[in-house]
Write a protein that binds this ligand. Structure first.
Ligand code: ADE
Ligand code: ZN
Length: 319
């Protein structure tokens, strides 16, 4: 099996329908109506209804243990597909709304990470992610909370949510704070908005990676700039096709980005929503084994894990 690694997967977006049902039952909660379609898949029709559906899945979560179980089950599944490392986007907004403290939540996630490491050898790390449409004040408060309670597994800061709301510059104070305190930074851009969104992100934020960034392929000068600066794209082809950015994998710009010298990684984003897994992304990328191994290496290099962990992982995947 080709060794794999992943740096773009959302914690709550990784919950398979079966686990959502189990968690809701265990917690005595009723899941919202119309969460599933007739086949038992999550029901949504466009980017905004996807974000809404994502929020509704979160209603299955109640206790710290639930967060432990979600990250553990994702890491276990990824390890079975050959993943040695996963960086998970985790939003403190959910536990806060449930009255779970930041520290309690992190301890639960760390427990899941430790259990998966012990049982499957996979290394997990956490990226704290703010939600763009909730605005810059919430983002900055989140970074302050992250800095007040450092945890060895929290290695980076990022932002998801509605890319059309606010501008990257609005979030510059939050990102500066994270970056100046040693956290790696990434931001979703160039997914539902075009190349101008990526230009603004790399101009105004201290990021070394871009979440998606695939719309950069519409602008040769931008691809050149990304290649020159070595900025890594967290590419999620299955997600992009499912959300209708491209009609199919053949028209997806993954290969064009690679040909332009842009450093790319392969990721699953919100796998059960988009009917994909990390293994599926590797399998359907249309790349040979040498390229796929190179992508796994780029993923570890671009990860926000400390240098010793990255070195060990690189040795593990290229003996
Ligand atoms: N949150 C979860 N998945 C996302 C995506 N693909 N884009 C933006 N925000 C997200
Ligand atoms: Zn994402």
């Amino acid at each position: 099996m080709i060794p794999k690694a992943e740096i773009h997967c959302h914690l709550e977006g990784s919950i398979p329908p079966k686990l959502a049902v189990e968690l809701a039952e265990r917690n005595g909660l009723i899941l919202p109506p119309n969460l599933f379609d007739e086949k038992g898949h999550y029901a949504w029709k466009d980017f905004w209804s996807f974000l809404d559906s994502y929020d509704r899945v979160c209603t299955a979560l109640k206790k710290p243990r639930d967060f432990r179980d979600v990250i553990y089950s994702y890491l276990a599944g990824a390890a079975r597909e050959g993943a040695v490392y996963v960086e998970m986007f985790c939003s403190p907004e959910r536990p806060a709304a449930l009255g779970i403290s930041y520290v309690q939540w992190l301890e639960a996630l760390a427990q899941g990470i430790d259990d998966a490491r012990r049982e499957f050898g996979i290394v997990g790390r956490i990226i704290i992610i703010c939600i763009r449409h909730l605005g810059p004040e919430r983002a900055e408060a989140m970074v302050r909370a992250m800095l007040a309670e450092p945890h060895p597994y929290v290695v980076g800061f990022g932002m998801g949510g509605d890319e059309a709301k606010f501008a990257p510059a609005d979030f510059a104070p939050a990102y500066r704070l994270a970056h100046d305190n040693g956290y790696g930074c990434t931001v979703h851009a160039g997914e539902v908005v075009g190349p101008e969104s990526v230009w603004a992100a790399i101009r105004d934020l201290p990021v070394t990676r871009i979440g998606h960034g695939v719309r950069s392929a519409d602008d040769p000068a931008l691809m050149e700039e990304l290649a020159r600066r070595g900025i890594v794209l967290e590419v999620c082809p299955g997600s992009n096709v499912a959300l209708g950015l491209y009609p199919d994998r053949t028209s997806h710009p993954l290969h064009r980005l690679i040909a332009a010298g842009v450093r790319v990684t392969l990721n699953s984003d919100d796998p059960p929503f988009f009917h994909t897994t990390l293994g599926t992304e590797y399998e359907l990328a249309g790349l040979d084994e040498r390229h796929l191994r190179g992508i796994a290496r780029t993923t570890i290099e671009a990860s926000f894990a400390d240098a010793a962990t990255r070195r060990q992982l690189l040795e593990r995947i290229s003996p």
